[in-house]
Design a protein around this ligand. Structure first.
Ligand code: LLP
Length: 446
């Protein structure tokens, strides 16, 4: 079956009305919205709440935006943002590779047919199991994160073959919206510092290993970075290290992986990183940095996660309770920090809105909170919702596609929500709800 997708430009044209929603979002009768042609109210009825919807066309369009903006680069979708088998298929069909960081991600993708050759394996503490699986399955590239991994990986490579590896560098750049997601500095656990000589030492050690093929250098600066500047700085520092490698070892490393971290807008008025602008600025910087030291331009690799999955996802919750307490009105829903720990972890706030009924009441500020046993279980504070908000109402939270379900927990044993794909007016279940039976079946002893 051939499916035709709207060009990204057309998608952008429809976005202003619903700036942080998938481009397919449309108003429908009785205060409803449709996404991918599917009514949110009907999806909530059919699949129950909480439920995550993911707009397949939005995911695909976002993959294509990267491919078009970086035609010469290899783009690896960072599976940690959100992975299920369908997602692996969409990403593969759009010509992206996959960045995996655990045996679970690796094997889920491989067993659904994703070519291991187009994967890159990450991790600051890869287990022997993970490395063994990666080599057995033929992962394209392994990103080495510490010097002790060098001999460990080399020892697992079968005689007569070579494993392609990159070295993860901490280039000493502070970028990212929250300290927990700043990974480009030298005072955190990822990468090897290029300022104290650790990275240079590791490069020399990898080059000494006949079973490892050092194909390039990697850095991932952090997450939710809304400016191109840190990437340009990274390009300059990484090119300096590529140059050093050639000068010192007479080896030209052909690849430069700049990781992910591209910001999305969670609430109207917030800025997403402009991927096309990023592409042209990074390319220009790379050209100029390489020309200065007379180095051939390396092939770029990128690993976006959030910017592909995040804006495609919507969380739907049912309101269970409304309470006035002090100066606050609390609107409590049937999910919360077990399906979205991001507000509690990083202080992120979302923009929930009422769907499924028309409300004539005036708007008033409320705090939308979860159902979990912590006061920090807040989805959005001070958001404007109709004053007559009541139990049974449906709230939709856009920009919920990345790092929600992939970070979901079993807190309070409420069970993780299902994932439903919406496209072309059809909704289909991708991941079923975690049931009490699932929870019980893991509890095997008395
Ligand atoms: N590459 C590497 C090596 C990474 O560690 C990550 C994210 C990515 C790529 C993708 O980054 P993205 O484009 O999605 O920002 N839980 C946090 C985000 C942690 C990201 C960890 N690494 C959150 O919810 O914001």
């Amino acid at each position: 079956m051939t499916t035709t997708f709207p060009r990204p430009e057309t998608l952008e044209a429809t976005r202003p009305r619903f700036p942080v929603w998938p481009a397919s979002t449309r108003p429908a009768a009785h205060g409803d919205l449709t996404v991918g042609g599917v009514s949110l109210a009907e999806a909530a009825e059919r699949f129950g709440t909480p439920v995550y919807l993911v707009d397949e066309d939005e995911v695909r369009a976002r993959c294509r935006t990267y491919r078009e903006a970086f035609p010469d680069a290899e783009v690896y979708y960072a599976a940690k943002a959100f992975l299920c088998r369908a997602m692996a298929h969409w990403v593969a069909e759009e010509g992206l590779g996959l960045d995996v960081c655990s045996r679970g991600e690796l094997e889920l993708a491989v067993t659904t047919g994703f070519p291991a050759e187009h994967m890159v394996l990450h991790g600051n503490a890869k287990s022997p199991d993970e490395l063994e699986a990666a080599l057995r399955l033929g992962v394209g590239r392994i990103v080495i994160d510490c010097t002790t991994e060098i001999a460990r990986i080399a020892a697992l490579v079968p005689h007569g073959s070579r494993q392609r590896v990159l070295l993860r560098i901490a280039p000493g750049i502070a970028a990212g919206v929250h300290p927990a997601v700043r990974t480009g500095t030298v005072d955190q656990k990822f990468g090897l510092s290029s300022t104290d000589g650790t990275a240079q030492l590791a490069i020399a050690r990898v080059l000494e290993q006949p079973r490892l093929e050092l194909v390039g250098l990697h850095c991932h600066l952090g997450s939710q970075i809304d400016s191109a500047k840190p990437y340009l700085q990274a390009v300059r520092r990484m090119v300096a290290l590529l140059h050093w490698t050639r000068q010192t070892h007479d080896v030209l490393l052909p690849e430069l992986d700049l990781g992910g971290g591209h910001a999305i807008a969670y609430r109207p008025g917030e800025d997403a990183l402009d991927i096309r602008a990023l592409a042209s600025r990074v390319r220009a910087e790379l050209r100029s940095a390489c020309t200065t030291v007379d180095l051939p331009e390396p092939r770029l690799l990128l690993e976006p996660g959030r910017a592909i999955a995040g804006p495609a996802g919507i969380a739907l919750y049912r309101v269970l309770a409304v309470k006035q307490s002090g100066r606050h009105t609390f609107v409590a829903v049937d999910g919360g920090m077990s399906d979205n720990p991001r507000p509690a972890l990083y202080g992120v706030r979302y923009a929930p809105c009422l769907v499924g009924r028309t409300a004539s009441a005036e708007l008033r500020p409320v705090d939308v909170v979860g159902r979990h046993c912590e006061a920090g279980d807040v989805i959005a504070s001070g958001v404007e919702l109709p004053a007559d908000i009541r139990p049974g109402d449906l709230l939709a939270v856009p920009a919920s596609g990345a790092y929600h379900l992939s970070m979901a927990s079993g807190y309070n044993l409420v069970g993780r929500p299902p994932v439903v794909a919406v496209t072309g007016g059809t909704a289909r279940l991708l991941v079923r709800r975690e049931s009490l039976a699932d929870v019980r079946s893991r509890d095997v002893g008395l």
